[in-house]
Design a protein around this ligand. Structure first.
Ligand SMILES: Cc1cc2nc3c(=O)[nH]c(=O)nc-3n(C[C@H](O)[C@H](O)[C@H](O)COP(=O)(O)OP(=O)(O)OC[C@H]3O[C@@H](n4cnc5c(N)ncnc54)[C@H](O)[C@@H]3O)c2cc1C
Length: 390
């Protein structure tokens, strides 16, 4: 097995395959240090946490992560709590993606996993024995032959072409705004995440630890992250969540994240399959990307086990069919949260008031709150998928 990409999808897949005694080589273009310091996702579904802990991939999440039993939706200057625990019986976990990756990397490396950092895959050719071409850090060319290749190489996947015939073939939507994300040294401004729709644009108040916080402002996709002073960032965040008071402090990291929705036109062909962001991308508003990657991996690990250990191709031939319903539900939820909370550059007064109508319909109805809570905390995963792998 060759797995391209040491993100959450690739590393978790190598972990589940190792539990089934299937050897894999992971090829990763970045260094270990870069992987462990890139800040991305923060919210894990309870089922993701259960999988990480029950398979021995991470127990730190239970010690260092924080369970959140709800979120606040703010609009028109008022906050409305959506009580996940009361509505679904479970919460979500705030535990940064790079901490998940530190845990997965140390578990895999301790167990002797072959992970080659600094190796960039350039092409994959399918066949009875698929071939992977890559370049090493020193520019030398590598060729690997294997039984199966998995593209877990993120949204700019180099493996995708071997499955779909082109790097971009699929269903795509780009949004006319982005998120300007900051990390700052400050105490938490709230116990739970605040998703705020305001006439000045969207803001998300999130947490990291008692001393470090993560926050986002809706911005123009072309914004230079260094262009705004710290004071201006705080002023803009504050007016978007007013009158809720924010605790401020020095900003030590800034990034701009473009919003895209994408589903590749196919997810499996011959001896090559795609998982995670290589197969689909969602805007981050619903906190679904990494969780969706984990859900794909569970199904794919089971299918590869049947194929490589028992010679049974039924599950791999059904892989796409099995994962697509959840992918499209997550696409819808991520789009729905995005359009309900952000202000488009051409928004009229009608659009703003209609959004308030939509938000009121959600927070004032138990059915509305329950839909949001079920989607945010994650739809149930078929138990046989989990049992077959764990
Ligand atoms: C700001 C932000 C907030 C987010 N919040 C959440 C959240 O709260 N909850 C959630 O579930 N999701 C969230 N997401 C989404 C989540 O981060 C992604 O969905 C997740 O990283 C997907 O994992 P992956 O393993 O599929 O891909 P990636 O994490 O992108 O990993 C792909 C890996 O492949 C490597 N690679 C790429 N090309 C090659 C190549 N040619 N050769 C070798 N290696 C290659 C990359 O270096 C990378 O390490 C967020 C994303 C962002 C940016």
């Amino acid at each position: 097995m060759v797995i391209v990409g040491a993100g959450p999808a690739g590393l978790l897949l190598s972990h589940l395959l190792a539990l089934a005694e299937i050897e894999s080589t992971v090829l990763e273009c970045r260094s270990r240090d870069q992987i462990e310091t890139t800040v991305r996702a923060g919210i894990l579904e309870a089922d993701t946490v259960r999988l990480l802990t029950e398979t021995g991939a991470s127990t730190r999440v239970l010690r260092d992560g924080a369970r959140h039993d709800g979120i606040e939706l703010r609009f028109n200057g008022e906050g409305h709590r959506v009580d996940f625990m009361g509505l679904t019986g479970h919460g979500v976990w705030l535990y940064p993606q790079h901490e998940v990756l530190k845990d997965l990397l140390s578990t895999r490396l301790e167990q002797g996993q072959d992970i080659r950092f600094g190796v960039t895959v350039t092409a994959v050719h399918d066949g009875d024995r698929p071939q992977v071409r890559a370049t090493d850090t020193d520019g030398s060319e590598l060729r690997l032959e294997c039984d199966f290749v998995v593209g877990a190489d993120g949204s700019h996947s180099a493996v995708r072409k071997a499955v779909t015939g082109s790097a971009t073939s699929g269903h795509f939507r780009e949004y006319p705004f982005a998120w300007f994300g900051i990390l700052c040294e400050a105490p938490p401004s709230a116990a739970e995440l605040i998703y705020s729709n305001s006439e000045h644009g969207f803001a998300l108040i999130s947490q990291r630890s008692p001393t470090v916080q993560r926050m986002y402002l809706q911005c123009d996709p072309e914004l230079d992250p260094e262009a705004m002073s710290d004071d201006l960032v705080w002023e803009e965040l504050q007016r978007r969540v007013a009158p809720h008071p924010l605790s401020t402090g020095p900003i030590f990291q800034r990034d701009v994240l473009r919003f895209r929705s994408f589903v590749a036109s196919s997810l499996h062909r011959g001896h090559v399959a795609l998982v995670g962001d290589a197969a689909h991308t969602v805007p981050p508003t619903g906190a679904k990307g990494m969780n969706l990657a984990v859900a794909d991996v569970l199904v794919l690990a089971r299918a590869l086990r049947a194929l490589l250990l028992d010679g049974n191709a039924t599950a791999i031939n059904r892989y796409e069919q099995d994962v697509l319903p959840r992918i499209w539900k997550a696409q819808h939820f991520s789009w729905w949260m995005t359009q309900m909370l952000h202000r488009t550059p051409d928004a009229s007064e009608f659009d703003r008031l209609r959004q308030h109508g939509e938000l009121s319909s959600v927070v004032e109805s138990e059915a509305g709150r329950r839909y949001l809570a079920e989607a945010y905390t994650g739809w149930p995963r078929p138990t046989d998928e989990a049992l077959a792998v764990v």
